[in-house]
Design a protein around this ligand. Sequence first.
Ligand code: NAD
Ligand code: IPM
Ligand code: MN
Length: 361
Amino acid sequence: AGGLDLAVIGGDGIGPEVTAQALRILQAALVAEGRPVAEVTDYALGADHYTATGQTLTDEQLAALRRHDAILFGAVGAAPHDRAVPSGLIEREILLRLRFALDHAVNLRPTRLYPGAVSPLAEPGEIDFTVVREGTEGPYVGNGGSLRSGGEHEIATEVSVNTAHGVRRVVADAFARAAASPRRRLTLVHKHNVLVHAGRLWRRVVDEVAAEHPEVDVDYLHVDAATILMTTDPARFDVIVTDNLFGDILTDLAAAVGGGIGLAASGNINVAGTAPSMFEPVHGSAPDIAGTGTADPIAAILSAAMLLEHVGESAAARRVRAAVWSHLEHRAATGAEVRTEVVADDVLARLAGEATPTRRA
Ligand code: NAD
Ligand code: IPM
Ligand code: MN
């Protein structure tokens, strides 16, 4: 069989900077495992492309993207002061369109405090949990509008859409992950005291799927309380299942307690296997540090490891994670400041070295 066929969308700001490094490491890990290098097709999408062409993502580009085995994504989004690009246009028409069109029902966002990673919490404990965020529904669908726009009587609505089908497949995926984890714990995070209709649907589906998984210990938290426990006792969490918007907010918090947004990886998973899955750091284009060479590439590198795992290259994925782990221990020991390329060089050196990843990674 030939090598992996990958699409790469670097995007804007630090997106292309961290993606380039993640790609180097992905290729090196494949080679180190005696696997063929991936064939890579670059898609130059994002704010610059939009400014130059007026296009965000064409139907032809979407059709072409669909044919790859997987997509490695950086970040998109213009700087807030860039008035040439309407707010959120690039994010919605590229990132959200891809998640919706490629049916990325499950947005997988693991948080693990690696040895060497520094949590802002005084006593973080053993942080190792995964947020299974719904990826194609909720308030993200753009179902809303504005009445009497512009005046004191304006009414703006954003309607959260939750379908039994959509909720069931993300909940089923989360239960399968909880059942396979040593702690076998699943926490539903919602706000059913206020969001009555969606809350009822999520609880019903969780109850139904729970009946098929008596081995999984299920609990529930309102999202506001979940933010308290994620900062005071993050070690209590194993698998969290939640809707698209709660999941977005919780996973920036999760990244912060787990050593920083520069380390947080994610995968947008097509659970039906009908289109490629897409892997990206949780962070955005960080216009404040773009071009300074100081973006941490670890989130992108760990996203590449998730990609490798997803396409069945588990040994290469393990190798990347072990190299990152070792790099972070080195970083903690030396207090070295983060330089994008220097970090990637160091990960690469550890990956290529004879250090076979025997530790759990
Ligand atoms: P952001 O994640 O880009 O940045 C938040 C803060 O984290 C900034 O201070 C930034 O410097 C820092 N940061 C982010 N990644 C880092 C890294 N790898 N290393 C070191 N520091 C890092 O969030 P934002 O500022 O709210 O958004 C900026 C733009 O990115 C907006 O246009 C937004 O819509 C977009 N965005 C895109 C994605 C995506 O493409 N997946 C995700 C989030 C935000
Ligand atoms: C993320 C981002 C996106 C989201 C934005 C840029 C649309 O914040 O991937 O977490 O809200 O999902
Ligand atoms: Mn986000």
